[in-house]
Design a protein around this ligand. Sequence first.
Ligand code: FAE
Length: 553
Amino acid sequence: MGDKALCDKGTTGISRRAVVAGTGSLLGAAALAGTGVAVRAGAAAARGPIASGARVQALVIGSGYGGSVAALRLAEAGVEVHLVEMGMAWDTPDADGTIFANTTRPDRRSYWLRTRTKQPLSNFLGFPLDKDVPRYTGILDAEDFSGITVYQGRGVGGGSLVNGGMAVTPRREHFGAVLPTVDAGEMYDRYYPRARAGLGVNEVDPDWWEAADCYRYARVGRKHAERSGFPHLLVPNVYDFAYMEREAAGDVPRSALDGEILYGNNHGKRSLQKTYLARARETGRVTVSPLHRVASVAPAADGGYTVVIEQLDTGGQRTATKTVTARRVFFAAGSVGTSKLLTKLRATGALPALSAEAGKGWGDNGNVMCGRANHLWDPTGSLQSAMPTLGIDNWGAGGAFAEVAPLPTGIETYASFYLSITDNPHRAEFTWNAATETVELSWQRAWKQRSVEMAKSLFDRINKKEGTIYRTDLFGTYKIWGDHLTYHPLGGAVLDRATDNVGRLRGYEGLYAIDGSLIPGNTTVNPFVTITALAERNIEKIVATDLRMSVAR
Ligand code: FAE
C-alpha cells in the first residue's frame, strides 16, 4: 500500500529529547543585549496580554504553525517572545460545557464575525444548510475575495484548531517543485522529522482501521481507487488514534467520532495548543495575547519597529489600541494574513521598501471538492470519523492527490466525498485598494477549471468503473464541483523572492515571514507539515545567525 515517502513514519508523540536539546540557552539573550532591547533572560514572562508602550525583543504575529514554531524556538534560545493573536484563546468552556461547537450544530462559536454560517458544503439533498448565528469572534473564518473563499482558523493555535489533522509529507521527488530553493536532503533528514515529532504525528493501527465502523467510508474510497488502478495510502494524522480507539469502544467522550472537526475538537486532537504552544509556554518566556490584531508595523525612530495592535471584544469591536516597540517582528499571520499586512504596509508607506514580490505568488494548493453517489450496496456508514486517513495519489500521472474526506452527518448518505489537491499553475496577487482601504486578491474562479480537470482524471475513471455518478447536491443545486474555496492558502511572501532564503523580508532588517506565505502556492499534499518543517529550518538558521548563537541539536 502506498508510497513510503508519503507515509514516512513520524515520531509518535512529542520528543522529549527535542525539548531538552533545544531548551534554554541564555547565550541568545546575552547576544541580544547589544541591540538596545531590555533582556530578562530566564525570567518568566508576564502572563497577561501585551501592554501598550512595551518594548519587546520578539513579536510574533499569529499563533498558527509558523508562529508557534517561532515562539518556541526563540524562547528556547533565551528570547522573550510576545505572541499576538487576533482570535480567541479557546481554553474556556461555553455555557454548554464544551469549548468547541459541533460541526453539525454550528453556533456563535463557529464563524469569525459572520451573522450567517458559510459552510464549505452548503447544501444536502437539495436543502441549503446555512443558518443565522450571532456575530462573534468564532473559530472558522470564511474570508471572501472576489474569486474565492479562503477558510482559515482563528484563535490561539490558528489552523490547527479547525483542520483535519492530516499530517502528510510530500513525496521527496516532488519537493523540488514545492520549495525549489531549499535543500531537500536537509528537509527530509532533519526538519520534516523534527516537525512531525513536534506536532505529535501518529499513525492509525492498520488492523483496527480495517475493522472500524468509523472508517468504512475510507475503505469504500480505497476499494474504488484500487479497482480503477489508482495508488492509495494511509496517511498519518495529529489526532491521537489511541484516543479514537477508546472513543469507538465507548470508554471516553467522543470527538472525532462525534463529527467534530471544522469548529474545533473537544478531545483527541493534538492541536498546537497541546504541542508547540504548550512547550513554548513551559519556557516561561512566551506571552500570548488573544483577541489582539496587529494593524501596523513601521520602523521606530530609535531602532526596531513600532507595532500598532488593536484589542478586540468578542463582537469584533476594537476596545483599545496599543503601540509597542519590537526589536524583531515575525509575520506568521498565515498566507492571507501576512500577505494582506505586507501589501497594505508597503502601499500605505509604513514599510515602503518591502520587495515588490510581497503579495505575489499566492496559490490555493489546487483545492477542489466533489462527491460521488455510491450504489445502495456500497454504504459509507452513518458513523464517520471526522479525521481523514486515506489519500489517493495520482499526482504523478494526473496532477491530483485526493483525500477521502468524511461526511459526518450521522446518517447513511451512500456518498463518497473528496478534497483534491491538484497541480494548478495559477498564481494570484494581493493589491491595495486605496478607495476602499482593503486588500484585494486577483484570483479568478475560472482558474479552478484546471483543478477540476485534474480531479476528473481520478473520479471520471472511478465513476465509469463503478457505474456511479457525481453528487450534484453538495455545493448548490445541480453543481458537482466545490470550486469556490480553498482550505490551503499558500504564498504571498515567497521564499527567495519577497524574502531571502530563510524568510528575512527584503528591505528591512529584523522583519521575517515564517508561515504558509513562504511557500509558492502548492505543496502537492496537505500543507501543515511542510509549513512547520520550513519554519523549523528557518528559525534554526535565524537563531544561529541573527541572534549570533548556535543551537546544536
Ligand atoms: P495559520 O495556521 O492560519 O495561523 C495564522 C494565525 O494568525 C491565525 O490564528 C490568525 O487568526 C492569526 N492572524 C491573522 N492575521 C492576524 C493579525 N493581523 N494579527 C494577529 N493575528 C493574526 O497559518 N492542512 C493540513 O496539512 N492537513 C489538513 O488536514 C488540513 N485540513 C484543513 C481543514 C480546514 C477546514 C482548514 C481551514 C485548513 C486545513 N488545513 C490542513 C490547512 C492548514 O490548517 C493551514 O495550512 C495552516 O494552518 C497554515 O499555517 P500558518 O502558520 O501559515
